[in-house]
Design a binder for this molecule. Structure first.
Ligand SMILES: [Zn+2]
Length: 106
């Protein structure tokens, strides 16, 4: 499989995982994310940031606001927490305006 195909499949896997999570099938959704990460390792490409943000970095559950994820904004800091494993990620909304590189995500 070439890199382009692999990448396309990876992104599709993540989208499918989100759909599964929305339907409540978290177990399978996690497996899809795991597979997507395997593909990215194998193909040596990075999962785009906007896709990376769609799932929990720790337990790999797709983050669905109100279902598997809680979003709070505290004095211009966006706080996202995974309801499955308790993983918390903070995004400084002020910083993001000036710096869109998102390096803090890696
Ligand atoms: Zn989690």
């Amino acid at each position: 499989m070439n890199k382009k195909t692999l990448k396309k499949r990876t992104l599709k896997l993540i989208n499918d995982a989100i759909k599964l999570a929305e339907e409540g099938n978290l177990e399978l959704a996690r497996k899809y994310i795991m597979l997507a990460r395997e593909y990215s390792n194998k193909g040596r490409f990075k999962i785009p940031l906007e896709y990376k943000r769609k799932f929990c970095r720790k337990c790999l559950t797709p983050l669905i606001p109100g279902k598997t994820e809680r979003i709070r904004i505290k004095s211009k800091i966006l706080v996202r927490s995974c309801l499955i494993c308790g993983w918390i990620r903070r995004y400084d909304l002020r910083k993001n305006k000036e710096n869109k590189s998102g390096t803090s995500d890696n």
